[in-house]
Write a protein that binds this ligand. Structure first.
Ligand code: COS
Length: 380
């Protein structure tokens, strides 16, 4: 067993760390406040190869492993999870989904532009009544021979307005249940495709979250991913990898909050000494550090499983469940250590606390992760 990171992984970490400090940190408070999408930052991330990190270089990607991706996600998320969620969705849901299950023509047409960050993508599964209960798709894609007719509404879609390409999950044949679901590539601007109002969110406020409305949108058959009826499995397999990205995001929020709390505790004085000299604070820091290290091992293990070609449904679900819990708890404690200053925007920890919450909700709530984990361990 070897816990050493490779030269390449260390380089990626340094590049992501530098980028976060130099490009994400300036203006992060203002973007959060104004709900401003980090457009210029995402463009630069594309130029640096962060938008298609695991994609084969023949399609314009960086050809890196999942561990490198998790490392970069952690670094970005220490500073700006509104930007890192864009990286996560584009890399592990959209690019991975198209590269792994798309055909050659789809890769040529869409993946090359997605992997370089020229355009970004969105993944559209959730509906007003189908978020966790993902087989209950109300959006329909009716087969009309050489095309589908798409009708319905999707909710809480990350990159909802900024994306150019949308992977939409919809029911074609209700009789067949989840085996009658398809995944279609929908382009912005297709007739009948409307973007709903932007959501006003608790956290990741710089990310662009919308509902989407499809009114008789004609989607050519060549835009279907995989065989007829593959859509549900496509969503499940893609989300399994997405969960590693979100677990890494949660890890980043936790370690970002911890680093700020550690620094603050060595500067702030109370009762005649730095607060880190008080055991009440030192023990909090010890717990945070231990839990973050445990979360990091779970995240890296899930990424390693994916890189090795092992099944990563279980390890990804455990990583997301635990890392998101650590993110939430660590961010709350970081605010506590900062005291009154923790409640003030300038100190960043209140934002990290708000951002942490979504990691327990999107790409499968913590309760869904427990379903995945318990089914796996109870399987005969
Ligand atoms: N990989 C491949 N196939 C999978 C899979 C996976 N990770 N998970 C489930 N499937 C398959 C099952 O094997 C089954 O296929 P068969 O009937 O051919 O055996 C099919 O999908 C249906 O699975 P299941 O019967 O387990 O479906 P359930 O309705 O019980 O739901 C959960 C399963 C809860 C795990 C699923 O609905 C889920 O993950 N929900 C959360 C979705 C989510 O993350 N939403 C957030 C929105 S995206 S931000």
């Amino acid at each position: 067993m070897d816990f050493t990171l490779s030269e390449e992984q260390l380089m990626i970490r340094q590049a992501a760390r530098d980028f976060s400090r130099n490009e994400l940190l300036p203006g992060v408070i203002e973007r959060d406040e104004a709900q401003k999408f980090p457009k210029a930052q995402i463009k630069k991330m594309g130029e640096m190869g962060f938008m298609g990190m695991m994609v084969d270089p023949i399609y314009g990607g960086s050809g890196l492993d999942t561990i490198s991706y998790a490392i970069a996600m952690e670094e970005f998320s220490k500073v700006d999870s509104s930007a890192s969620v864009v990286v996560s969705v584009n890399n592990s849901l959209v690019c991975w989904g198209v590269e792994t299950f798309g055909n050659e023509a789809q890769k040529e047409k869409y993946l090359k532009r997605l992997a370089t960050g020229e355009i970004i993508g969105a993944f559209c599964l959730s509906e007003p009544e189908a978020g966790s209960d993902a087989t209950s798709q109300r959006t329909t894609a009716i087969d009309k021979g050489n095309h589908y007719v798409l009708n319905g509404t999707k909710n809480w879609i990350t990159n909802g307005n900024t994306a150019e390409v949308y992977l939409v999950i919809a029911q074609t044949d209700k009789e067949k249940g989840h085996k009658g679901i398809n995944a279609l590539i929908v382009e912005k601007g297709m007739e009948g495709f409307e973007i709903g109002p932007k959501e006003n969110k608790l956290g990741i406020r710089g990310s662009d979250t919308h509902s989407l409305i499809f009114n008789d949108v004609i989607v050519p058959k060549e835009n279907r991913i995989g065989e007829d009826g593959f859509g549900f499995k496509f969503a499940m397999k893609t989300l399994a990898g997405g969960r590693i990205g979100i677990a890494a995001q949660a890890l980043g929020i936790a370690s970002g909050a911890y680093e700020l709390a550690l620094k603050y505790s060595k500067e702030r004085k109370a009762f005649g000494t730095e607060i880190s000299n008080h055991q009440a604070i030192a023990f909090k820091l010890a717990d945070m550090h231990t839990q973050i290290e445990a979360a990091r091992h779970l995240v890296y293990k899930a990424a390693w499983d994916k890189d090795q070609g092992n099944n990563y449904d279980l390890s990804g679900a455990m990583a997301k469940l635990y890392a998101s819990q650590v993110a939430m708890e660590t961010a709350v404690e970081a605010v506590q250590i900062h005291g009154g200053n923790g409640f003030v925007k300038d100190y960043h920890v209140e934002r990290l606390m708000r951002d942490a919450k979504i990691t327990q909700i999107y790409e499968g709530t913590s309760e869904i992760q427990k379903i995945v984990i318990s089914r796996d361990i109870l399987r005969d």
